[in-house]
Design a binder for this molecule. Sequence first.
Ligand code: HEC
Ligand code: HEC
Ligand code: HEC
Length: 136
Amino acid sequence: MFNKSLILGGLAVFVLLVTTPFWYGLLKAGPPPTPEPPPNGASVCVAPVEYMRSSHMKLLDVWRDEVIREAKRETIVVNDPKLGTLEFGKGLQLACMDCHSNKEQFCDSCHEYVSARPDCWTCHMTPAEIASKEAL
Ligand code: HEC
Ligand code: HEC
Ligand code: HEC
């Protein structure tokens, strides 16, 4: 005869082992990120915040193609209720990082949470890198 409790016990251990990555992921994920508000005090983004949250990577792709392939470098205008009319060059460093100047506390806080690793910073410089170059 089979030993029922041995089989069930073995089965339980098997299920636990197979689902380990899932449990580990749950434990590792921790609390959701809280991206830091722009240090310059701006209160609006270049597009509505819901759109930015879900689609900022698409917007960056569009900007990149427009600037590099079509030479469309128009100025980006943001009307901030407190800071007034803000103007930026169209670009990752020129616009995004001007407001979100702390990449580590903003971009990285989310990307680490979802394990996204955009390769942008192998070529583009972060504000911290620019500051350390200027200090030389
Ligand atoms: C292999 C190097 C390289 C990588 C990697 C790279 N870029 Fe660029 N990117 C460039 C160069 C060179 C330009 C042209 C700069 C110019 O002409 O002003 C540029 C321009 C851009 C522009 C338009 C103008 C500007 O200065 O921002 C955007 C937007 C942009 N890149 C976004 C991105 C994003 C987002 C990523 C990551 C997903 C990325 N890039 C990764 C090299 C790179
Ligand atoms: C004028 C300053 C400014 C510029 C330029 C700017 N942002 Fe923002 N961004 C903000 C502010 C302020 C918020 C938060 C808005 C809110 O909470 O209502 C925000 C929100 C966001 C969010 C959502 C964050 C969250 O908590 O869900 C993302 C993602 C984002 N921005 C990415 C970008 C990218 C990428 C660029 C460049 C294409 C950019 N931003 C340019 C000011 C700016
Ligand atoms: C509110 C959270 C949040 C913030 C803040 C945020 N991102 Fe993201 N980002 C994400 C998520 C989620 C993804 C999608 C990851 C995926 O699809 O695997 C992503 C993806 C991206 C991608 C595409 C990555 C790829 O490998 O294709 C780029 C480029 C990017 N983000 C740039 C930025 C930049 C630049 C900033 C800071 C200015 C920023 N993000 C801030 C949440 C955020």
